[in-house]
Design a protein around this ligand. Structure first.
Ligand code: NAD
Length: 306
């Protein structure tokens, strides 16, 4: 039995669908803070539960004899960290610690964890490889470094194994945050003007959800005690170009209003491209580049949101 945390969220619900397609029995734990119960696969067993609730989580593990955990739940919004660091600490760091303790107490040895490109902060080496130092500039990035560190230490100390995936921007159907979602919501309110955070020159890598899930399963072929992989596409796209694609797909021609500065918010990393050579050398590669991924995701979200 596999437990997926955050299985009612964007990435988690796609992972659950794939696990069930592959014949696994799946239990989902999600507190629905940003998830949607309608996204949970009907063949999964669902618990609305906060990961910080140690006793209830213990019950779920005991009842279902969990053998492996895909820990996808978190507060994924980088911007939240500058307003409310406690929110990030609770849902990312504390939740991961409680989960690790429950795994330890139930002798569960395998963990897949979703980390982020923001662990590298403002990397000077682009594309950034996995062995680049992790010096985050956001509270969110720091929370994921903390989680990675705890996971590695639990793996060594308690003979566990982990697959840690550092994602570029992941986009596609059911995504409920990030730049594409933001632009669509703003244009729904006011089709004549689009506010773009920063100067629009922020240049980052985007990966389509199906490519991301493929990569997560592919990485399981590696079998060290801790396996760390970047997952992204091989190119970048500027925020201004994303705005243009959203407008094209919505059939709108609004005035762009830039808030200015080289980043969208405090803690935003304006230039991001991950080296994916490690996973590529094992035989995986993404099907879509950033521009293709953005266009597909815009179409997906318009279907969901209009
Ligand atoms: P999401 O908000 O759609 O999913 C997160 C899920 O976790 C939600 O369903 C939410 O309700 C649940 N959750 C949050 N705190 C919880 C708690 N304390 N207890 C139980 N459930 C809780 O976000 P997403 O984009 O699908 O992100 C999934 C994971 O991938 C996160 O760990 C995120 O940090 C990571 N990630 C995402 C991206 C991206 O571009 N989407 C990039 C890098 C890393």
């Amino acid at each position: 039995m596999i437990l997926v945390t955050g299985g009612a969220g964007f990435i988690g619900s796609h992972v659950v669908d794939r696990l069930i397609d592959n014949g696994y029995d799946v239990v989902v734990v999600d507190n629905l803070s940003s998830g949607n119960p309608n996204y949970v696969n009907e063949n999964a067993t669902f618990y609305k539960l906060d990961l910080n609730d140690f006793d209830k989580l213990m019950e779920v593990f005991r009842k279902h004899k969990i053998e492996e955990v895909w820990h996808i739940a978190a507060n994924p919004d980088v911007r939240v960290g500058s307003e409310n660091p406690d929110e990030i600490y609770r849902n990312n760091v504390s939740a991961t610690y409680v989960l690790l303790e429950v795994m330890r107490k139930n002798n569960v040895k395998r963990l897949v964890f979703t980390s982020t490109s923001t662990v590298y902060g403002e990397a000077k080496v682009i594309p950034t490889p996995e062995d680049y130092p992790t010096i985050p500039i956001s509270i969110y990035g720091a929370s994921k470094v903390a989680c990675e560190a705890m996971i590695a230490s639990y793996c060594h100390t308690f003979d566990m194994k982990a697959w840690i995936y550092r994602f570029a921007n992941v986009i596609g159907k059911r995504s409920n945050h990030g730049v594409i979602y933001d632009f669509i919501m703003k244009l729904k309110k006011n089709p004549n003007e689009l506010e773009i955070l920063g100067n629009g020159e922020q240049n980052k890598s985007y990966i389509y959800i199906s490519d991301c899930v493929d990569a997560m399963f592919f990485g399981l072929k590696a079998d060290d005690w801790v396996n760390i992989f970047n997952i992204g596409s091989e190119d970048q796209i500027k925020v201004k170009r994303i705005a243009e694609i959203v407008c094209e797909e919505m059939g709108l021609n609004p005035k762009f209003r830039f808030t200015g500065g080289d980043r969208g918010w405090k803690g935003d990393v304006p230039v991001m491209l991950l080296s994916i050579e490690k996973l590529k050398s094992m035989g995986w590669k993404p099907r879509y580049n950033s521009e293709q991924a953005v266009r597909m995701a815009v179409k997906d979200l318009l279907e969901d949101l209009l």
